[in-house]
Design a protein around this ligand. Structure first.
Ligand SMILES: [Zn+2]
Length: 242
């Protein structure tokens, strides 16, 4: 195309180029339809990928941002509250998944975690003892409240203390194991024992030489147990406990 030809036919040539371009563009668009808008999930994924790329490329920036975040979390109570609320909400929304995550973590790292707990216990034994010493009243009140809710636990502890006082044979007695062994039946009346009526007694009373052992402890109803008390003093103590 000579310069003169182009100069004299400029408009016509442009018109042709425009039409040609438009034709090609339309053909391309027909072959390449516009993708549907990104879903929320895709947007999130893309954002996460971008963020990850940026973080990989800017370690010093990540460090700076983390430091700032920590400072803000420590000093800005509103910020902290909002963050916690978000975390709680997310946890509630994905409850089952979160539970599964925790379980998997504990299963995979069981030995390492146990080692950690052991070490923590050893390192903080003194601290724990100090806490116990300085919270005696509180812990006593807590124990009393617990024993009111679970009289069978209190009674078992009382039976054990009584045996120790009498220098009788004493071993660890598992309430659950006894309930299972006795098939939930009362050793005195033979009927089934509901959870709220659970109590225990010594088959051979301590006063007659019985010991505090798995063999000599049986499941009973609370009321059967109370009515059996051979010794007025013992019965009175039992009644105080429950
Ligand atoms: Zn009974």
């Amino acid at each position: 195309m000579s310069k003169e030809y182009y100069a004299t036919n400029k408009e016509r040539i442009r018109e042709y180029q425009r039409a040609h371009y438009l034709k090609k563009r339309v053909a391309w668009l027909l072959n390449n339809p516009k993708p549907p808008p990104m879903t929320r999930e895709e947007q999130k994924r893309r954002l996460a990928a971008n963020t990850a790329r940026w973080r990989a490329a800017h370690p010093e920036g990540v460090e700076r941002a983390n430091a700032l975040y920590k400072v803000r979390l420590e000093n800005d109570t509103g910020f902290r509250a909002r963050k916690n609320a978000l975390r709680r909400r997310s946890y509630e929304l994905n409850h089952d998944q979160e539970i599964g995550k925790g379980r998997l973590y504990r299963e995979q790292d069981r030995e390492r975690l146990r080692e950690g707990y052991r070490r923590y216990d050893q390192e903080n034994a003194a601290k724990r003892q100090a806490y116990k010493d300085s919270h005696k009243e509180e812990q006593r009140a807590y124990r009393a409240a617990y024993h009111r809710l679970h009289p069978e636990v209190a009674r078992m502890a009382w039976m054990r203390r009584d045996a120790l006082k009498r220098n009788a044979f004493v071993e660890d007695v598992s309430r659950e194991a006894i309930i299972i062994r006795d098939k939930r039946r009362c050793g005195i009346c033979g009927r089934t024992v509901a959870q709220k009526d659970v109590s225990f007694d010594h088959i051979i009373p301590l006063s007659l030489g019985g010991g505090h052992s798995m063999k000599n402890v049986r499941l009973t109803h609370l009321r059967c147990n109370k009515s059996r008390g051979a010794h007025p003093k013992k019965l009175a103590a039992q009644l105080r406990m429950v």
